[in-house]
Design a protein around this ligand. Structure first.
Ligand code: SAH
Ligand code: SF4
Ligand code: F3S
Length: 440
């Protein structure tokens, strides 16, 4: 019988996929697998995929095509598709790509070692069912031997908001929060292994409503408050949030909890009320601006980050200008923007498309506007003192790289700095995507 061998994992998509890949790796290692950075050496290749835009989803098939020759060279090699494409397309993947042996959705990862063993015996399998229990509860406890100074921790999965463009409610299912006690236990385990910063993850993380150890239901603010009590843990972040789920206590916590970092990723998608309505976002541009004002009142130096979609069906030039106005009004420290991609099964998929050239042009204009603001935010840091959590060696010899409180990348050349060090740094130079400085 072919026993476990070497596994090679590749990850696309959001941080939740990064976290899931770590958990899959740990589950496979517990079953006797070892990991390899070389697909050519592997007996199992797992592609952890993303379905959010068409381009992301199509990448999977080109990747499968590239892996085909490896399968011809190594008859033991099995190919698994995991993640959101696996969930969305299921058995279609086996039909479309003969090289794929295993399709495993995000809610079935606890079955991966067993499925991989069955695939090694020649089976072709699909596992996309949703378990009745917390999936992470069914996975082996964290054994993060090679953890760095910063780690992700998924606390909530799925989404009940059904924005008209988005596949997440279909690929990740209904909103589900992990019990607070489990999150706290995992955070303590991470802290014991030297993790100093935790980013709490969820597709709609501020909708977190987990069972509390006291028998009540805890919101995200309550959870963060409890996590802040963990010794060794210095920093807490969370993403991604929906504006309509920003509770008063979470806003207030930004002003009172020193371990909660001054960074907020709060996607708005559009600055036009008509488009926000068509997107089913359930708030107006003015609501969003008021919310940002309240967050800034609690924490004046907070860095606000966002996501935008341009070319959503029905978007006019005037709608788009409203988005540019909102970008100016908020003054984002960073933001991501995407051209709308119609996704099968979502409410907006069949609506008439915006002229592709107009959409392209709007995306370029928006990105230019965002880049200007981002550069200004970086430049404004020069001369200031920040605290940096160092995570890994920088690109240049003798350099260490880390993140400031505002989640900006900072490089410092200083012998003796090691990952996990939390040090004061004076910023001396700003580049496009990073800062340079020296220890204070
Ligand atoms: N849960 C988060 C993010 C979801 S996906 C939220 O509620 O905002 C990350 C980003 O991808 C979204 O914020 C959106 O800007 C973008 N996105 C999602 N679906 C998209 C689509 N069909 N076309 C283009 N961009 C999309
Ligand atoms: Fe998708 Fe986020 Fe909207 Fe949920 S809130 S449907 S994850 S964009
Ligand atoms: Fe992509 Fe799934 Fe994340 S669609 S963005 S990997 S939740």
């Amino acid at each position: 019988m072919a026993g476990p061998g070497k596994v090679h994992l590749r990850t696309w998509g959001c941080q939740m996929n990064v976290y899931d890949s770590e958990r899959m790796t740990e589950a496979l290692e517990a079953a006797g697998w070892s990991t390899t950075p070389e697909a050519g050496e592997a007996d199992l290749v797992v592609l952890n995929t993303c379905h959010i835009r068409e381009k992301a989803a199509e990448k999977v098939y080109s990747e499968i095509g590239r892996l085909k020759p490896l399968k011809a060279a190594n008859p033991r090699l099995r190919l698994a598709v995991a993640g959101c494409v696996a969930q969305a397309e299921g058995a279609e993947i086996l039909a479309r790509a003969g090289a794929v042996d295993l399709v495993v959705g995000p809610q079935a990862y606890h079955r991966l070692p067993g499925l991989a063993a069955a695939a090694a015996e020649g089976a072709r399998l699909v596992a996309t069912e949703f378990p009745a229990r917390d999936k992470f509860d069914l996975l082996p406890a964290r054994a993060p031997a090679r953890r760095g100074a910063a780690a992700f921790l998924t606390v909530q999965e799925g989404c009940d908001r059904f924005c008209a463009f988005c596949v997440v409610p279909y690929t990740r299912g209904a909103e589900a929060s992990r019990p607070a006690a489990r999150v706290l236990a995992e955070a303590r385990a991470l802290a014991l292994r030297g993790v100093r910063e935790i980013t709490l993850l969820g597709q709609n993380v501020n909708a977190y409503h987990g069972a509390g150890p006291d028998g009540g239901v805890w919101g995200l603010a309550r959870l963060i408050g409890a996590l802040a009590g963990i010794e060794g843990l210095a920093r807490i972040r969370y993403m991604t949030s929906h504006p309509a789920d920003m509770s008063d206590d979470l806003v207030a916590l930004h002003g009172s909890e020193a371990k909660l970092m001054p960074f907020l990723h709060l996607p708005v998608q559009s600055g036009s009320d008509a488009i926000l309505r068509a997107m089913n976002r359930r708030h107006t541009a003015a609501d969003y601006l008021r919310l940002i004002g309240r967050v800034r009142a609690a924490r004046p130096d907070i860095l606000v980050s966002g996501d935008f979609i341009v070319g959503f069906p029905g978007e006019t030039e005037a709608d788009f200008r409203a988005t540019l106005d909102l970008v100016d009004a908020v003054g984002y420290g960073q933001a991501y923007s995407f051209r709308y991609s119609p996704r099968p099964g979502t409410p907006a998929a069949d609506r008439p498309a915006v002229d592709p050239l107009a959409a392209e042009d709007r995306l370029a204009r928006l990105q230019e506007r965002i880049a200007l603001r981002q550069a200004a935010a970086q430049q404004a840091m020069v001369g200031r003192e920040v605290t940096v959590l160092f995570e890994k060696p920088g690109r240049e010899e003798g350099q260490m790289a880390g993140k400031s409180e505002h989640h900006m990348a900072v490089h410092v050349a200083h012998p003796g700095l090691v990952a996990g060090d939390l040090r004061r740094v004076r910023i001396t130079r700003a580049h496009a995507n990073s800062l340079a400085g020296s220890l204070v």
